[in-house]
Design a binder for this molecule. Structure first.
Ligand code: SIN
Length: 291
């Protein structure tokens, strides 16, 4: 296993926000053409910290999209309608009358895809006066802190992941769960896009070479095992992931762009701001097949 990384930066200011993951980044303007050197340091900051909150940005959707394209191809959400002018951008909107929020449970993005998202960048357009934070986990630590015997068991398991009709939502479709609850978010039919996939529970990060527990709310059961056999183990690996010492919390400001590595984190959008508006622009970058 490779050791955790700790880069020295020349083009950015990077300050850790918690002991186990997460950093704030200053000193870069993403609305301009980011130099190759600054981009290389942003990649290093992401690989070192798993989640980077890049503060004080002022970007148009076109500028956010141009920045996202420097990281790879854009992933279109199979179930959620993008913005009319920018289908690659999902506007995550919660209004004062909305009861439910988008992303309000532990998950990692597009785990139901055969090649799940490498990373997600969320740009804060409007934030509540307090609350609306996003929590993150370090899935390397979820693996590293297991006993050797449990690591051996975990390495033999494969997860069956679905994009809709989750067990935890009593099998209800996204359409039924979201309608009347999130007034400005539109569910679409995924058509023939693959939205059920099987992945290794222990995944090797393709860039750092480190092993991690790859799990989230899309996991329904382990391949070849019944729900009854799977659920206690899923609960254990989820508890292991979200131990407080494996997490960090991003407090948003208008103009923060947070970029997280979906390959080695989970996240949870906290729904603690009734009667206020929160608006985010989300772009997801394509990833590769977990191994
Ligand atoms: C998401 O799960 O993509 C949304 C996270 C957030 O709004 O904080």
């Amino acid at each position: 296993m490779n050791a955790p990384r700790n880069t020295q930066y020349r083009h950015l200011e990077v300050h850790k926000i918690a002991g186990s993951l997460g950093a704030e980044v200053h000193g870069v303007d993403l609305s301009r053409d980011v130099s190759d050197q600054a981009l290389a340091e942003l990649r290093a900051a992401l690989l070192d910290n798993l989640v980077i909150a890049i503060r004080d940005q002022n970007m148009t959707p076109a500028q956010q999209l141009a920045f996202a394209r420097r990281w790879g191809e854009i992933h279109l959400h199979p179930f959620m309608e993008g913005m009319a002018d920018y289908p690659e951008i999902l506007a995550i909107i919660k209004r004062p009358t909305d009861k439910k929020n988008f992303g309000g449970s532990w998950h990692t993005d597009q785990m139901f895809s055969p090649c799940p998202a490498m990373g997600t960048m969320l740009y804060a357009k409007e934030v509540p006066s307090a609350g609306g934070d996003t929590l993150f986990t370090n899935q390397y630590l979820a693996y590293d802190s297991l006993s050797d015997a449990m690591k051996t068991i975990a390495r033999q398991l494969r997860t069956v992941c679905v994009g809709d009709n989750f067990k935890s939502a009593n099998g209800l479709s996204r359409k039924d769960r979201y309608s009347g609850q999130m007034s400005e978010m539109k569910v679409k039919d995924p058509g023939n896009v693959q939205t059920t996939s099987v992945h290794p529970l222990v995944r090797t990060h393709p860039e750092t070479g480190r092993r991690l527990i790859y799990i989230g709310g899309h996991v329904q059961h382990f391949d070849g095992m019944t729900d009854e056999e799977s659920q206690p183990l899923i609960d254990f690996f989820m508890r292991q992931s979200i131990r407080p010492e494996h997490t960090c919390r991003v407090r948003w400001q208008t103009g923060t762009l947070t970029f997280w590595d979906n390959r080695c984190t989970q996240h949870f959008a906290v729904n603690d701001y009734p009667a206020e508006t929160r608006i985010m622009h989300r772009i997801t970058v394509c990833g590769d097949q977990p191994f």
